[in-house]
Design a protein around this ligand. Structure first.
Ligand code: GLC
Length: 471
């Protein structure tokens, strides 16, 4: 049950009410501010397409055609980039149809900081396990694999990608600046597995392509999960920085090319986003300060941490959890995005869910007032994340003159965070001045499995392109 902040009466004492009010102001983003941010976003995207390594990365993916829906064949896909690792086997059947089987392998938190060789050994161990489950004996001919690597990787070809920098709390040495496809293939070959990595894609590109395969209304692919990002189709002749890498003839053509925006890097210079002291703390104490500034305010990896920091601030100020043992609340990242999500979902009259999670996970007994406060803070955090997310969508729409259609979305925040879609759509209404009471022309829809099916389709497109080149 959810009621807006304005309609609810909180039973906070004066000091707490004042602290809450000023915190509330620092989290609110008006329609006017969103409009300005969306314009700035568009400019930064343009800059990113002109200059390499300036502003938002805007990475050309070398996916230069839309799927037709008639792609065929059996492919493997590997998905690395969030909280799990997945190995997928996809059978593309044409007619916009497909079947797939997958196994999810948890990615232990320690793997975000392990050594380079441990990372690839772990990944290929999972691939081996999957193959042994599915095939007996293993096939003789190598199976083509699409590798969904959900980090910024510069590409000169579809089957190669150099990691620019880790994001989302990953920090594994000796991978940045290297071609991750070669690193993966070397380990696969070491174990003599019948797999050939034929395409590297980002999860957003996968989402875009898999959704286009079955929904012609798709205009962009977006991930709202541990990280945030989008991919869309631009045109080669509008991408200034490609002049360096492609022939003079190609640069003049209107060939479509999917762009992995890596928009989580918006405003790394801290010029435009209104950051709270909690955002600044998160950034300064992260493994990569001054990177992924926008992502740190809106993605699932940070939403619970923002809530923790606000609660800790109020608790240390003696305003809440008086006399309670708050040592667990002091542990960084102890609260993931499911905390604010569940807090928002809770029945505002009794708030039993908040009572339970605070008691069982953090050992804190809450009063009804404190539970109300936790819900309100969560609403502010979740609403800000959704509203800011709309700026990126609006910027892509403006650049590509998209007036209507579907934004194919995936990721834990999109799937599980209450009211997320409604809030993004409302913010879009504000940015574009779409009239109230009428359906908006741009819809956020659940995407097809981009990291699996999308990777397989891209591997299939890559194979077709190679065959065409050879003949
Ligand atoms: C981070 C990554 C990006 C990915 C996104 C969603 O922003 O840098 O590549 O698409 O998370 O997983």
């Amino acid at each position: 049950m959810h009621i807006s902040i304005e309609k609810k009466r909180l039973c906070l004492d004066k000091k707490l009410q004042n602290a809450f009010d000023s915190m509330k102001d620092s989290f609110m983003v008006s329609d006017m501010e969103l409009k300005k941010l969306a314009r700035q976003f568009e400019k930064e995207m343009e800059k990113g397409l002109e200059q390499p390594f300036d502003s938002i990365p805007m990475i050309p993916t070398w996916v230069t055609e839309h799927p037709t829906g008639n792609e065929h064949g059996e492919y493997l896909a590997l998905d690395l980039g969030g909280t799990n690792l997945r190995v997928v086997s996809v059978n593309l059947k044409g007619n916009c149809d497909f079947e797939f089987e997958h196994t999810k392998y948890p990615l232990p938190a320690s793997l975000r900081h392990c050594s380079c060789s441990e990372l690839w050994a772990h990944i290929v161990g999972c691939i081996e396990d999957f193959l042994l489950q599915k095939y007996s004996p293993l096939p003789k001919e190598p199976l083509p694999m699409g590798f969904t690597f959900s980090f910024p990787a510069s590409q000169n070809r579809i089957d190669q990608g150099v990691l620019q920098r880790w994001t989302k709390g990953f920090n594994i040495p000796d991978v940045e600046g290297k071609n991750v496809v070669s690193l993966l293939q070397e380990e696969i070959d070491k174990r003599k597995l019948p797999v050939k990595v034929t395409a590297l894609i980002n999860d957003t590109t996968g989402t875009l392509i898999a959704s286009e395969y079955s929904d012609p209304e798709t205009k962009m692919g977006l991930i709202f999960g541990t990280g945030v990002n989008a991919a869309y189709f631009d045109r080669i002749d509008r991408i200034g920085k490609m002049r360096e890498t492609v022939s003079e003839n190609l640069i003049k053509t209107q060939t479509p090319i999917a762009i992995n925006t890596e928009y989580g890097a918006f405003d790394n210079e801290h010029k435009y986003l209104k950051r709270t002291k909690y955002d600044i703390y998160i950034d300064e104490n992260s493994t990569r300060p001054n990177q992924q500034s926008y992502e740190k305010m809106v993605s699932g990896y940070y939403l619970g941490e923002i809530l923790r920091l606000v609660l800790l601030d109020f608790a240390i100020g003696g305003m809440i959890f008086k006399g309670q043992d708050i040592h667990k609340l002091k542990i960084p990242f102890i609260m993931d995005a499911s905390y604010p999500a569940r807090a928002e979902e809770d029945d505002y009259r009794q708030l039993p869910l908040i009572d339970k999670i605070m008691k069982t996970s953090l050992g804190i007994q809450t009063t009804h007032c404190e539970r109300q406060l936790i819900q309100e803070i969560s609403i502010l955090i979740g609403t800000r994340a959704a509203r800011l997310s709309a700026c990126a969508i609006a910027a892509i729409c403006r650049r590509m003159n998209i007036q209507s259609g579907h934004c194919a979305c995936d990721g834990s925040v999109f799937k599980k965070y209450p009211f997320f879609t409604m809030r993004v759509e409302n913010a879009l209404r504000g940015i574009f001045d779409w009239k109230h009471g009428k359906e908006i022309p741009l819809k956020l829809v659940a995407a097809e499995d981009g990291s699996g099916v999308g990777a397989a389709i891209v591997a299939c497109l890559a194979k077709k392109a190679t065959i065409e080149k050879a003949s």
